[in-house]
Design a protein around this ligand. Structure first.
Ligand code: IMP
Ligand code: MG
Length: 199
């Protein structure tokens, strides 16, 4: 896996530092004046988007001493080794979103904001369920016009418009377990695309 890496864009230490900071900001906004899990404050409903956000969410929530419930939603838009969005689709069976979110303060979390289709679809699914409020949070936002148009509340890092993997992000479902956020060598991307295309 290591030899497939072209460059490290954001290393594990920078990720850990920034996640600590971002968690503090989120906690201050969602539960002003609270610093402990025992304080009275609204319960948060976290909605991570599977699969790319799993590592980000698991690190982020351990810096958030709030009463929270986790409800998963699964959306796919980069099937196989695609490196551009093929349109966001819900993966039906893989969700634990309840039929109603009445009264819930939702924090929707995804790995990366690229075309904005994934978050748009997730926001629609959440809105149908009547929550009290919805905020959005992403690990990465690509510097491209479509991403800038989507009004996301919390961004861990703005990155150049490049295809990245690691720390939950994949190519053909590989590399999610890399601890750093990296780019892949062009010949590796070509090989994975060929693998994904063959039956
Ligand atoms: P959007 O719907 O185009 O905003 O893209 C969001 C989804 O596409 C993310 O949840 C990722 O699963 C996937 N994605 C977008 N860019 C990348 C990337 O650079 N690497 C890996 N996955 C990506
Ligand atoms: Mg995703």
């Amino acid at each position: 896996m290591q030899r497939d890496i072209e460059a490290v864009l954001i290393d594990r230490h920078a990720i850990a530092r920034r996640i600590g900071e971002l968690a503090q900001t989120i906690v201050r906004d969602l539960a002003p004046g609270t610093s402990s899990a025992d304080d009275a404050h609204p319960v948060i409903t976290l909605v991570p988007v599977l699969t790319g956000s799993i590592i980000f969410v698991s690190d982020l929530i351990r810096h958030m001493p709030l009463r929270m419930q986790i409800r998963l939603i699964s959306i796919t838009s980069y099937p196989g080794a695609s490196t551009s969005s093929q349109g966001a689709k819900l993966r039906g069976g893989l969700t634990s979103l309840p039929e109603s979110l009445a009264g819930a303060h939702v924090l929707l979390i995804d790995d990366i904001l690229d075309s904005g289709k994934t978050l748009t679809l997730a926001c629609e699914e959440i809105a149908k369920r009547g929550p009290a409020s919805v905020k959005t949070c992403v690990l990465l936002r690509k510097q491209r016009p479509e991403a800038a148009k989507f009004p996301v509340d919390y961004v861990c890092f703005d990155i150049p418009d490049k295809f990245v993997v690691g720390y939950g992000l994949d190519c053909n479902d590989y590399y999610r377990n890399l601890p750093d956020i990296v780019t892949l060598r062009p010949e590796v991307l070509a090989r994975l695309a060929a693998e994904a295309a063959s039956p």
